[in-house]
Design a protein around this ligand. Structure first.
Ligand code: SAH
Ligand code: CA
Length: 232
């Protein structure tokens, strides 16, 4: 398994390899390794959350005592299983992705880990699901945590909805906000297929930096984690 695929964009390959081999892989659950291995031969398998970023997310979930969470963008389930392993036995995750086939790749590992009962997988695009949750006022401020890792052009739409669903003091993590480092490159230096999402990331990063409802930290881990705390 190569370390460079998911390497943090601001780290050298050697340093990332060192961190993964010393501190991440030895502590990674076997069932998470199973999903990571399955991703190696699955189309677009590189989309699985970087394990070092996952380790940060697990610590945050535990610090927060997160019990009710939302995941937007499940794919084969690396971040979903990681979340399920980090919340208590009676915790619940609403996990949304239109791609059930990908979810089913990781499902045997989720079952093996004994955490399937925490997961409510909804085969759908995420916006209508979040809208439906918001129709019920008892869902306001009812969630501790959300992980957003899907269609990048909708990040701000997700943010506007999640900011209501997450409790004050709760966290939302947005993944890929540094988009391979392209946010800091001039447009002409960016490969064609990366330009559109670079624009989405630039707009989102600017908007969230001036959103007074939240406190933020952009961690250059994985492909960029924007950790966002609902302040009021
Ligand atoms: N968090 C995952 C990676 C997600 S990859 C992991 O750790 O492996 C992005 C996923 O977003 C894909 O599975 C894709 O099907 C899903 N996706 C795309 N558009 C979406 C939408 N509108 N709503 C929810 N999920 C979406
Ligand atoms: Ca991602």
């Amino acid at each position: 398994m190569t370390a460079d695929k998911n390497r943090s964009i601001l780290q050298t390959e050697d340093l990332t390899k060192y961190i993964l081999e010393t501190s991440v892989y030895p502590r990674e659950a076997e069932t998470l390794k199973d999903i990571r291995n399955a991703n190696q031969s699955y189309p677009m398998g590189f989309m699985g959350t970087a394990p070092d970023a996952g380790q940060l997310m697990a610590i945050l979930l535990k610090l927060l005592n997160a019990k009710k969470t939302i995941e937007v963008g499940v794919f084969t389930g690396y971040s979903l299983l990681l979340t399920a392993l980090s919340i208590p036995d009676d915790g619940k995750i609403i996990a949304v992705d239109p791609d059930r086939k990908a979810y089913e790749v990781g499902l045997p590992s989720i079952k093996k880990a004994g955490v399937e009962h925490k997961i409510d997988f909804i085969e759908s695009e995420a916006l209508p699901v979040l809208d439906k949750l918001l129709e019920n006022p008892s869902n306001d401020g009812n969630f501790d945590f959300a992980f957003v890792d899907a269609d990048k052009h909708n990040y701000w739409n997700y943010h506007e909805k999640l900011i209501k669903l997450i409790k004050i003091g709760g966290l939302v993590i947005y993944d890929n906000t540094l988009w391979g480092g392209t946010v800091a490159l001039p447009e002409e230096a960016v490969l064609g297929h990366k330009k559109k999402i670079r624009q989405d990331a630039l707009a989102f990063n600017e908007a969230i930096a001036s959103d007074t409802r939240v406190e933020i930290c952009v961690a250059s881990i994985g492909d960029g984690f924007t950790i966002c705390r609902r302040a009021h």
